[in-house]
Design a protein around this ligand. Sequence first.
Ligand SMILES: Cc1cc2nc3c(=O)[nH]c(=O)nc-3n(C[C@H](O)[C@H](O)[C@H](O)COP(=O)(O)O)c2cc1C
Length: 368
Amino acid sequence: MTDSQDAAPLFQPVTIGRYSLPNRIAMAPLTRSRTDNATGVPTAMNAEYYAQRATAGLIVAEATQISPQGKGYAYTPGIHSAEQVAGWKLVTDAVHAKGGHICLQLWHVGRISHPDLQPGGALPVAPSAVKPEMKAFTVDGFKDIPAPRALDVSELPGIVEDYRRATRNALAAGFDMVEVHAANGYLIDQFLRDGTNKRTDAYGGSVENRARFLFEVLDAVVAEAGADRVGIRLSPLSPANDAQESDPVGTFSPVIRRLNGYGLAYLHMIEGVTRGPHPGFGGDLAELRGLYTGRYMANNVYDRAMAIEATANGHADMIAFGRPFIANPDLVERLRIDAPLAEPDQKTFYGGDRHGYTDYPTLKQSAG
Ligand SMILES: Cc1cc2nc3c(=O)[nH]c(=O)nc-3n(C[C@H](O)[C@H](O)[C@H](O)COP(=O)(O)O)c2cc1C
């Protein structure tokens, strides 16, 4: 470590929305499927996991369903019941006790689900009845996802209200902020993209129509929390979860331009294909990123050198790390002193107990 690296903006404070954060390293949202499947209530083990990672400038907690219908994976948490709010309070209290900040990612999976995960064994819902070529993670293992049921226009205000209630619940549970999950081919992204949205009503066709649902959700969330406590996550260049789009720049440019008017806490962008190689800082990414005037959080396969560079040259205000935070609870300290990073075990990413979850040691603990 040199003095100049320690002074790098990555390790310096930043203002995000109404908060002053101690560094520019965020923990990216990571589904770990470690809550009770029937109730979706977070536990003391989840609180311990997040508290271990509280030196992140900001933790974006795992995607959390806004309603029973919004669920698409076994053992994921919710934010629609009083018990879930109480469970999340354990998490936010534990993170705040360590001086951290924590944001909740609000999730409706749309078609990326299975009747086993839906209330009453119903079909998952989506803008249009387009079947994803994907499998769902259920309690009985992976199962083929069927074609979803297309939502009737009369159902959409109810889903927007679910986002509003989830925001209110997240604030009651002690979260500092919420992040609208509009990435990775889930419901909002399904509305945005021409491969998954074949509607002929006011929510389909033109880019403005396909973005209507996103902005109705955002208006509701912002009305509850205030724009300075709301972030949004997009993945314009990622076909994650079989979300096809014939013209990503054409579709996402007007969306990003319109987001400028909201004064949000941040725009969180997955750069390139989620978990794929970084696309480089030119081309479509440069075009899309250049449109945004507010705080920008970059993510996807960043390493230490890229993160230092991107926060020094004006590309990003924060860098979100996903997989590195799984195996390195003290990631901020390791990056600061340029220590080696532990590798996460993919077999324990989803489901299971504390093994591969709360038992990754810090550098200090490994040194005994
Ligand atoms: C185990 C796992 C779970 C994930 N869960 C979520 C999630 O809940 N919400 C989300 O937006 N992205 C999720 N992602 C994507 C990550 O947030 C991140 O975009 C991706 O891992 C790339 O960043 P990285 O290279 O730093 O890991 C997940 C990724 C992994 C590996």
